[in-house]
Design a protein. Structure first.
Length: 200
C-alpha cells in the first residue's frame, strides 16, 4: 500500500473520528442541558403544586377548626334540642339515618348528648337531678346509724360516683351504665329507707 494513501486515509479517519467526537460531545452536552432544564421545570412545577397544596390544606384546616369549634357546641345549633334518637345507636335503630335530608349529629360526652336530646333545659334539669342525688347520697351515708349499712351504702355510692365521673368522657346515661346508676340509687334508698339513723 502506498504511504500517501495511508497518510490520507489516516487523516480522513482522524477527521471523521474528530468530527464524530465533536458531534457526540455537542449532542451529550445539549442532552444534559435539556435534561437539566426539564428537571428544573419539573422541580418548579412540583414546588408550585406543593405550594398550592399547602395553601389549600391550610385554608381547609382553618375552616375545619372553625367548624369543629361550632360542632363542639351542639347547644348553639340546637338550643332546644335536636330531638330524641338523633345520635348514637338510638339514631341507628329509631332515627332517620336512612333519610338523606336529616343531617347526622354526634355526641361523644354526656353534656352534649343532653343538649342534643332536650336542649339547655335537659342539661340543666338532669345536672340538677344528679347534684341532688349525689348530695342525698352523702347525707344518707352520714346519717345511717349501723356501720354495715354505711359500708354497703358507701360501696353503692362509690360505684355510682364512678358513673358520674364518666359524664365528661363518655355518654353513660345513654347506655346500660345509666340504667344501672338509677337502679342502684333506687335500690339503695329503698333498702335504707327504714334503717336506723343517727339523731341530730
Amino acid at each position: 500500500m502506498n504511504a500517501a494513501y495511508l497518510t490520507a486515509f489516516a487523516a480522513l479517519a482522524g477527521s471523521a473520528i474528530g468530527g464524530l467526537t465533536s458531534f457526540a460531545s455537542a449532542w451529550l452536552t445539549q442532552h444534559h442541558r435539556d435534561r437539566a432544564k426539564r428537571l428544573s421545570r419539573e422541580k418548579t412545577r412540583r414546588q408550585e403544586l406543593y405550594k398550592q397544596f399547602i395553601d389549600e390544606a391550610s385554608k381547609l384546616y382553618a375552616d375545619a377548626l372553625v367548624r369543629d369549634q361550632a360542632a363542639q357546641l351542639p347547644g348553639a345549633e340546637h338550643p332546644l334540642g335536636a330531638g330524641l334518637a338523633r345520635w348514637g345507636m338510638m339514631s341507628f335503630y329509631f332515627g332517620g339515618l336512612h333519610d338523606a335530608n336529616v343531617p347526622a349529629v354526634f355526641a361523644e360526652v354526656q353534656p352534649n348528648a343532653w343538649l342534643l336530646d332536650g336542649g339547655v333545659f335537659l342539661l340543666l334539669f338532669y345536672g340538677l337531678a344528679l347534684t341532688v342525688t349525689a348530695t342525698n347520697d352523702v347525707k344518707l351515708v352520714r346519717t345511717l346509724a349501723d356501720r354495715n349499712d354505711r359500708l354497703w351504702s358507701a360501696a353503692v355510692i362509690a360505684a355510682n360516683f364512678g358513673t358520674l365521673a364518666l359524664v365528661f368522657s363518655f355518654v353513660p346515661f345513654g347506655t346500660a351504665a345509666g340504667m344501672q346508676f338509677w337502679f342502684l340509687e333506687g335500690a339503695l334508698h329503698g333498702a335504707m329507707a327504714r334503717r336506723p339513723r343517727i339523731s341530730a
